[in-house]
Ligand binder design. Structure first.
Ligand code: PMP
Length: 365
C-alpha cells in the first residue's frame, strides 16, 4: 500500500491556490482576459535583454546583482525616488508576498477593499493571517473610517482598483494614511494608465508603500519584474525576507531599460487609452454600461433587448465571445462584478474584433 505524503501546515492544508486567468496555448485567440499590454515592449528592453545574456548566453553563468541594482536605479530615476528605498521583485506579486511575509501573520490581519485583487487572500492564508474586507459600495466608493479602523496590520489598496477600474485620488489616500495605524500598500499595477499616483506618499509618509509592475504599462508580463517604493525602514525589512537573487539578470536589465524609455511608455499608454475611450463609447452605444476605466481594462455590463443585465446574461455573452475566439474575464463571485465582463484593452484590430462580436451578440441577444 502506498504511504500517504506528510501533511503540510494546517493553515496551508486549508487553503486554495490563486486561480489565474486562462492562458490558452494555441494561437488564434483575441486574448483580452489578463490585462496584458497588446503592444511589444520597448526595443531598448529587448536590446538590453540580449546584452544581459552575453554572447551565446555566456553571462548567464554568473549570478545577477543580488539587489537588482540596475532596475532599482532606473526606477529611482523614473520616479525621482531614492534608489536605496526601491525594492525589486519577481513581478509585483513577489513584493505583495514579501509585504505579507514581513508584516502579517497570526493576530496580524491583512486588509483589502472588496472587490480587489484576489491574490491578497491567498497570500494571507499562506501566512496564517486573517483577512479583513472593507466593502466597496454600489456607487463604487468606500468608507475611509472603515479602512482606518479595520485593525489590519497591512492594508492593500488597489489603485486603480482591479477588477472595477475605478480610481481614488492620491489626496484622499494621503489623508487615509494619516488615520490608518498600519502599513498602507497602494498597489499601483495599473497606474501607468491613470493620471494620478501615490509615489509622493511613499516618498513622504512613514507608512505608505507603492508597488509597481512592468507587466502592464511596460508590456513585460512574461519577464516578471516589479518594484516597491518604500519608506526606508520598510525597504530594509523587505530586503531581510526576500530571496537573495529574486530577479534574474535578464529581467533586471530589460526592466531597467524599459523604465528609462519614457517616450515609449507615453506613446503606448496614449494608444491604449485612446482605444479604451473608443471601446467605452462603442459599448455604451449598444447599451453595455461601463465603469469609467482608469486601468488598461474595462468592466462592462452586457445587456440586450432580450437579455437584461444579470449574472446569466454575462455568462451568455462570455460564451458567445468565446465561440468567436475572443477571451475576456468573468468575476461571478461578487455582487459588483457578477453581471459584468472585464475586457482588457487590446490593439485597435483586437478592439474591433471584440466590438463586432459584442454588437452581434447584442443584435441576436
Ligand atoms: N496587482 C494587481 C492589482 C494585479 O492585477 C496584478 C496582475 N494580475 C498584479 C498586482 C501582479 O502583477 P505582476 O505581473 O507584476 O506580478
Amino acid at each position: 500500500m502506498k504511504r500517504p505524503s506528510p501533511e503540510p501546515n494546517p493553515h496551508v492544508a486549508a487553503m486554495s491556490a490563486y486561480v489565474p486567468g486562462e492562458q490558452p496555448q494555441g494561437g488564434g485567440w483575441v486574448k483580452l482576459n489578463t490585462n496584458e499590454n497588446p503592444y511589444p515592449p520597448s526595443p531598448a528592453a529587448i536590446e538590453a535583454l540580449r546584452t544581459a545574456a552575453g554572447d551565446a548566453g555566456s553571462l548567464l553563468r554568473l549570478y545577477p546583482s543580488p539587489d537588482a541594482s540596475p532596475l532599482r536605479e532606473a526606477a529611482a530615476k523614473a520616479h525621482d525616488f531614492p534608489a536605496g528605498r526601491v525594492v525589486a521583485g519577481n513581478g509585483s506579486d513577489d513584493l505583495l508576498n514579501l509585504l505579507i511575509r514581513a508584516y502579517a501573520g497570526p493576530g496580524r490581519p491583512v486588509g483589502m477593499l472588496d472587490p480587489s485583487y484576489s491574490l491578497y487572500p491567498v497570500l494571507a492564508a499562506a501566512q496564517g493571517a486573517a483577512v479583513i474586507k472593507v466593502p466597496i459600495s454600489d456607487d463604487l466608493d468606500f468608507d475611509d473610517a472603515r479602512v482606518a479602523d479595520c485593525g489590519a496590520a497591512v492594508f492593500f489598496l488597489t489603485n486603480p482598483n482591479a477588477p472595477l477600474g475605478v480610481s481614488f485620488t492620491s489626496a484622499r489616500i494621503a489623508a487615509l494614511a494619516g488615520r490608518f495605524p498600519g502599513l498602507l500598500v497602494v498597489d499601483e499595477a495599473y497606474a501607468a494608465f491613470s493620471d494620478d499616483d501615490c509615489v509622493s506618499l511613499a516618498r513622504d509618509l512613514p507608512n505608505v508603500v507603492v508597488t509597481r509592475t512592468l507587466s502592464k504599462g511596460h508590456a513585460l508580463a512574461g519577464l516578471r519584474a516589479g518594484y516597491a517604493l518604500c519608506p526606508e525602514e520598510v525597504a530594509s525589512v523587505l530586503h531581510r525576507v526576500r530571496d537573495s537573487y529574486n530577479l534574474d539578470r535578464v529581467a533586471q536589465a530589460a526592466a531597467a531599460a524599459a523604465l528609462l524609455d519614457d517616450a515609449w511608455l507615453r506613446r503606448t499608454v496614449a494608444s491604449v487609452n485612446g482605444t479604451r475611450a473608443r471601446m467605452v463609447a462603442a459599448l455604451t452605444a449598444i447599451g453595455w454600461r461601463c465603469v469609467p476605466p482608469h486601468g488598461n481594462f474595462i468592466l462592462a455590463e452586457p445587456a440586450s433587448a432580450r437579455r437584461p443585465a444579470s449574472s446569466e446574461t454575462s455568462a451568455h455573452a462570455f460564451e458567445f465571445l468565446k465561440s468567436r475566439r475572443i477571451l475576456v474575464r468573468r468575476f461571478p463571485g461578487h455582487r459588483l462584478t457578477e453581471r459584468c465582463l472585464r475586457v482588457s484593452v487590446g490593439t485597435d484590430a483586437e478592439a474591433d474584433a471584440f466590438l463586432a462580436a459584442a454588437r452581434e451578440w447584442s443584435a441576436e441577444g
